[in-house]
Ligand binder design. Structure first.
Ligand code: NDP
Length: 244
């Protein structure tokens, strides 16, 4: 594993699940990490649960101004910002006829605008040094669709295309942008899925099980490291072969 020692990383939505596993993976590889969550106490508690290389700050990614201020502040305090993982996201299911306007607004504001705000701010901070790596959280359903998850799938398709477009735009500035597209990973986000849905996904998965947050985190750690120095604009499936 390539060391991330000397690198400074920011992970949005790092209080639990894939975000917190990513914080652990990056800190474990030697990076100094700032994690965020909507509640300041929860963010600080999550940071303290990892190591003193990690700090926690309050941030709601739907607030463009707050994202810009926080990212600028992290880069200023540490003198650099090398890695940004735009992980914060929500999943609200609903069959087409049941979708409420408020759910659409909340999902798009968090998953699409929140990711966009984070990538924009990261690019500004990384541009000065002409180096950096950004990873965004897409999803298998953003690539293939999912009955009962139309809004979430649409939001994650947008996230994948934020990665592809930003990669094209930022490559000449030495900034790589990739996405991961997890399958069904056992976190708080997927707790609400019925046992039938989980069993059906397990059945369809060649590896015969659901995924773990640590397995997504390991792929993110690879993508942000110099081991992936010629990889940009990719959407990496982490799904046990579910899409095959
Ligand atoms: P969790 O629900 O476990 O964690 C979500 C994280 O996002 C929390 O830390 C939460 O922090 C944060 N968050 C939510 N809304 C906001 C907001 N408006 N501003 C800032 N932070 C926010 O989910 P997962 O770990 O499972 O998911 C992480 C990412 O991976 C998401 O983008 C999700 O869509 C994606 N993903 C997950 C899959 C899965 O199967 N689990 C599959 C495919 C993609 P807090 O509540 O403390 O503010």
């Amino acid at each position: 594993m390539t060391s991330l020692s000397g690198k400074v990383a920011l992970v949005t939505g790092g209080t639990r699940g894939i975000g917190l596993a990513t914080v652990r993976a990056l800190a474990g590889a030697g990076a100094t990490v700032v994690l965020t969550g909507r509640d300041e106490a929860a963010a600080k508690e999550a940071a303290a649960s990892v190591s003193n290389q990690v700090s926690g700050q309050q941030l709601d990614v739907t607030d463009a101004k707050a994202v810009a201020t926080l990212v600028k502040g992290v880069a200023k305090e540490h003198g650099q910002l090398d890695i940004v993982v735009a992980n914060a996201g929500i999943m609200e299911g609903g069959l087409l006829g049941m979708i409420r306007e408020a759910d659409v607004d909340r999902t798009l504001a968090t998953n699409v605008s929140g990711t966009l705000h984070t990538v924009q701010a990261a690019a500004r901070a990384m541009m000065r040094k002409k180096t950096g790596s950004i990873v965004v959280l897409a999803s298998i359903v953003g690539e293939h669709g999912s009955a009962g998850q139309t809004v979430y799938a649409a939001s994650k398709a947008a996230v994948a295309n934020i990665a592809r477009s930003a990669a094209k735009e930022l490559g000449r500035s030495g900034i790589r942008v990739n996405a991961v597209a997890p399958g069904v990973i056992e976190t708080a986000l997927t707790e609400s899925l019925s046992e039938d849905v989980k069993a059906a996904n397990t059945e369809k998965t060649p590896l015969g099980r659901l995924g773990k947050a640590e397995e997504v985190a390991a792929a993110i750690r690879f993508l942000v490291s110099d081991d992936a120095s010629f990889i940009t604009g990719q959407v990496l499936g982490i799904d046990g072969g579910l899409v095959l």
